[in-house]
Write a protein that binds this ligand. Structure first.
Ligand SMILES: *Cc1c(COP(=O)(O)O)cnc(C)c1O
Length: 844
């Protein structure tokens, strides 16, 4: 009965723009999900009653009036109770040391399947809902996607939180509870359109509001001095404006429910909701205006990825969440240990990029002013507690803030930064480094572009360890952006290659493949991904390979259905699915892929009777709203798609799709259906990538450059099981130093020249022939990302891939070997390395 209500069109329309609701893997009962067989009737009945109780007493609905969204909320609340039980069961002992992970972004996605899977309650919940006439997949699809992040950096934070809970690292993640996460992308005639995302519109059943954990965060104002005694001078900040940070906790349950950690997200509230004087004076609107200024801080996520958003509101967000988090962890430490001087023995703070780098002067300020430490003691504690992860060396992404803005918004912090910098430069003098060029290079203040605070230098100097996120990236940190600081402290930079959580990107996203792995190598693969290696023995086992191919086929059919629903384009599941999904950025070179598509289109039309390997090119990703070039690349992909898909001469050989609104849930549907993973960034520019790991784990073969973690993926899967092309990072550096490289590369490649001519001619934009001139002109005259230089080798390797696809046994062998050899890229491994080598924290 419930289901027939939920399926009613009127109910469906009330779901609003719920396009993502149908992005779901087929939820067949996986054989490895033990509760399916062992769940006693009682466990199912208990769950059923728990869901019904939540529906009635929390949501206020009966099964006959409940919408899909209500069933989701009731199910999530019932599961949340189990998470709390797991938390209480674990005992409330104080851990010796905690990790605090500060990140402006957490791209968590949906949590229901995560929670069910980690608690071993997938089949129990499915059966309980089935007894109520409700389909679990539908309920999962009704959960909004929590997109509190832009891309890889935010997704990494989410994977790390799950892994820390799974391997037992006591941790609290700190971030911002944005009212609006990353915008929703739609395509209007191929142009990206952004609409606000509203994940909180109907509340968030996972969170606990903690009004008792509320802190005051100040902005602006002035600093006073007072002589305390014996010549000691104390300074005190008097902010002009204060905002309240209110904690909202989301429990993070680890694998098999063994540990539960907390993601604490701060909401900004006005200190006084209304100005009573103004209100009583009759100005009711003016009385709430300061409120909207305060609350703006947690209103919306900045949608820029890999580029710096220089607005004041961004700096306010950064300081707001950093200050609240430090106040919170200091209060906890003092309550548990009494003395703030032992902070570094019991807390390790990780700064996810420079967004929380203001933690360096803020922790100093709190220790100096609230805890009366001496400068030396405060610096000792600060520089032994903080750690910093660098995520990019792209100049446009390195954060710097104008000194003028810092002085206005955070005057006390600017003083502290000056003092830290003065001592840092004094140190240089003592070791005989007086030369101006050296001092300018290591200074925390950049004097060359107006006076700006270098947040990367600040974080580096204030941190005990600084890490890169892949072997190549760490090496480049040492030799480029941080070269001079590295020379001063050669032990400080360490490498911690990124990882992904296998619970989400393997178990949950790909139950079919997980089932095959369990059947082949045993259930221990669920606890120890190294057991995947046992799959090597099955890579040439005909019956295993047949089931593997059937499993992939089913996922490709499911994706074809989603593509048809979203775009109206029919794709053939037997074609090679060639996928590039990630943020749209010039360094990621989606344009290279589009140009290769155009060249392939021309080649097929020139020789229509050759036996071309059927391909479907699938693109997806959001562009920052202000990133004109990236939006034009999306439009080009869509215009090329239209021309190619409408041309009967290439039918059955080439299709092109741009999937709108790429998100975590869409990734979960696309990645297990991919045959080929495009990881084609300009070498030296992608710090690590994590999309590359998700694809390879799920058995897609990688076509990629020697960039980021691709290099380590090649080492693990073997060079014969990955398709590498193009210049390496050293080659890129060298080529960039030669004049006219783009012009020479185009001259040398008639195929590239023809593809560029076709785009420039207006063939794909007859109604506006010059639409794509800016893209082509840039390639002909500048080509900062060396597309023209790598094009021919990219074309070559793509044809090699065509040939490989025509040998199915060989292809499946490579695919299975990829899955078998990807265990090292588990974020559990990353977290163990951080725990041992950076945080010095014991696993629980
Ligand atoms: C993994 C992931 C990313 C990062 O992808 P890269 O290819 O490493 O840039 C971005 N967005 C979503 C939704 C993801 O799941």
């Amino acid at each position: 009965m419930g289901v027939s209500r939920a399926e009613r069109p009127s109910d469906r329309s009330r779901q609003g723009r719920g396009q993502d609701r149908h992005v779901l893997q087929p939820r067949e009962a996986p054989a490895w999900s033990a509760p399916a067989r062992t769940a006693s009737g009682d466990a199912v009945a208990d769950m059923r009653e728990a869901i019904l109780a939540k529906l009635a007493y929390v949501i206020g609905k009966s099964p006959t009036t409940a919408r899909e969204r209500d069933w989701f909320a009731a199910t999530a609340l019932a599961l949340r109770d189990r998470v709390v039980d797991a938390c209480m069961g674990a005992g409330r002992t104080v851990p010796n040391k905690r990790v605090y992970y500060l990140s402006l972004e957490f791209l968590i996605g949906r949590l229901l399947s995560d929670a069910m899977n980690n608690l071993g309650l997938v089949e129990t919940t499915r059966a309980a809902l089935a007894e109520l006439g409700i389909d679990l997949g539908t309920v999962e699809g009704a959960e909004p996607d929590a997109a509190l992040g832009n891309g890889g950096l935010g997704r990494l934070a989410a994977c790390f939180m799950e892994s820390m809970a799974s391997i037992g690292i006591p941790a609290i993640g700190y971030g911002i509870r944005y009212d609006h996460g990353l915008f929703r992308q739609s395509l209007e005639d191929g142009w990206q359109r952004e609409t606000p995302e509203t994940w909180l519109a109907e509340g968030n059943p996972w969170e606990f509001v903690r009004p008792e954990a509320t802190y005051t965060v100040g902005f602006g104002g002035h600093v006073t001095m007072s002589a305390v005694s014996e010549g000691v001078i104390r300074r005190q900040w008097h902010p002009a404006e204060t905002v309240r940070a209110v904690a909202h906790d989301v429990p993070v349950v680890g694998w098999r429910g063994a540990h539960v950690n907390t993601l604490r997200l701060w909401k900004a509230e006005a200190e006084a909701p209304v100005d009573l004087g103004q209100f009583n004076g009759g100005d009711h609107v003016g009385a709430v205006s300061s409120r909207s200024r305060a609350e703006a801080i947690s209103r919306v996520l900045y949608p820029s990825d890999s580029s710096m958003a220089g607005q004041e509101l961004r700096l306010r967000q950064e300081y707001f969440f950093t200050s609240a988090s430090l106040q919170d962890l200091l209060r906890r430490h003092v309550a548990e240990r009494g003395d703030v001087r032992s902070l570094h023995d019991h807390a390790a703070i990780q700064l996810n990029d420079t967004h929380p780098a203001i933690a360096v002067p803020e922790l100093m300020r709190l220790l100096l002013e609230d805890h009366q430490l001496s400068w030396e003691d405060a610096w000792h504690v600060t520089s032994n507690t903080l750690h910093y992860t660098n995520h990019t060396l792209l100049p446009e992404a390195l954060e710097t803030w104008p000194v003028e803005l810092m002085e206005r918004l955070l005057p006390r912090h600017m003083q502290i930064i000056y003092l830290i910098n003065w001592m840092h430069l004094e140190e240089q003098g003592k070791v005989g480094r007086h030369d101006a060029a050296h001092l300018a290079a290591v200074s925390l203040i950049d004097e060359s572009h107006g006076r700006r605070v270098r947040m990367g230098h600040l974080a580096f100097h204030g941190a005990r360890r600084v890490n890169g996120v892949s072997a190549l990236h760490t090496e480049l940190m040492r030799s480029t952006v941080f070269r001079d600081l590295h020379a001063l402290e050669p032990e400080k930079i360490v490498n911690k290659t990124n990882g992904i959580t296998f619970r989400r990107w393997f178990h949950n996203a790909n139950p079919g493949l997980t089932t095959l792995a369990v059947e082949a190598v045993g259930a221990r693969v669920l606890d120890d991904p190294e057991a995947l290696r046992g799959l090597e023995a099955f890579a040439t086992d005909a019956s295993f390979v047949a089931r593997y191919a059937a499993m992939r086929g089913a996922r490709k059919e499911a994706l074809a259905q989603i593509v048809a629903d979203r775009t109206g384009i029919d794709i053939d599941p037997s074609a090679l699915f060639d996928v590039q999904v990630k943020r749209i950025h010039e360094y990621k070179r989606q344009l290279l892929n589009v140009i290769e598509t155009v060249a392939l289109y021309q080649a097929i039309k020139a020789e229509p009777h050759r036996d071309w390997t059927p391909r479907v090119k699938i693109f997806g990703g959001k562009a920052a709203p202000s990133y004109t070039q990236a939006k034009l690349i999306i439009k080009l992909a869509c215009d090329v798609a239209k021309a190619v898909n409408d041309d009967p001469e290439v039918a059955g050989r080439l299709k092109v799709v741009f999937m709108p609104n790429y998100s975590v849930s869409l990734a979960e549907a696309i990645i297990p259906a991919a045959d080929l993973s495009e990881q084609i960034s300009t070498a030296g520019m992608e710090a690590s990538g994590t999309g590359n790991m998700k694809f390879a784990l799920n058995g897609a073969l990688t076509v990629g450059t020697l960039d980021g973690a691709n290099i380590e993926i090649r080492q693990h899967v073997g060079p014969e099981n990955i398709f590498i092309f193009g210049l390496d990072a050293a080659g890129v550096q060298a080529r960039m130093a030669t004049p006219n490289y783009a012009r020479d590369a185009i001259w040398a490649s008639p195929r590239l020249a023809a593809a560029l001519d076709m785009i420039a001619s207006g063939r794909f934009s007859p109604e506006e022939p010059n639409r794509f001139r800016p893209l082509v002109d840039d390639l002909r005259h500048r080509d900062q990302y060396l597309l023209t230089v790598d094009f021919d080798d990219y074309w070559r390797v793509q044809r090699e891939i065509d040939a490989a696809w025509n040998d199915p046994a060989g292809w499946w062998r490579m695919a299975i070997l990829n899955t078998a050899r990807m265990a090292w890229f588990s974020s559990d491994r990353s977290m163990r390395e951080y725990a041992e080598e950076i945080w010095r924290v014991k696993l629980g």
